[in-house]
Ligand binder design. Sequence first.
Ligand SMILES: [Zn+2]
Length: 255
Amino acid sequence: MDGLAIILSGLVGLAVGSFLNVVTLRWPRGESIVSPPSRCPSCETPLRWYHNVPLVSWALLRGRCATCSAPIGWQYPLVEAATAAIWAGNVAAYGLEPQAVRAIVFLTLLLAIAVTDARFYIIPDRLSLGGAVLGVALAFLPGPPTLPESVIGAVIGGGALWIVAILGTMAFKKEAMGGGDIKMMTMIGAFLGWKGVLLTIFLGALLGSLIFVPMHLTGSRRLVPFGVFLALGAAATWLVGPAVYAWYAGTLGIA
Ligand SMILES: [Zn+2]
């Protein structure tokens, strides 16, 4: 893949990441993403365009508001850099092919969901259900997944987590998982198919336990943002899923 396409997609990714910072702050609070224009959350001074250049502004301002010097969170440059890496990395990996589009849309959605869930314990429907519609729509492009695989994956994704939620509620006598996680898994199934659903839930639960069981034992009562771990599990499944399915089929002697 030629370098220019990779650099350009990285720059588009930076701009998208900057937009994601607005979306992930405003959608969970039910605010418009168009107005009011971006302002400092501390002194409410509207930002000038040159305070809005991804990464560069944050670095030049050394992470502080130009007017009141209130610290600007690490989230901003981190989300911008991660989005740029997703866009440039997938164009480098797949070239300008349908699979690059699918990977970019999917991983960008997962990043946005992980941020809103970590910050607010909310997964906006526009990302989960909107993402599920996008996943099925992208299945019209050459796959994998094919269109039937995508639709079945969405149904099984939502259904599997719905059952986990019911069992969890019975076991813990309180709501163990929210509707946001169920809708998010519908989206993941639309992009990964049913095998990806199973691997994502397995990896997400494993990662979540590895981090939250020790925290719980040391007395922390922080809520588990399970969507963050599902997002990590789904991103890992996108990368290693096909190799894992082939290995698993091999151990069962069916491949
Ligand atoms: Zn300020």
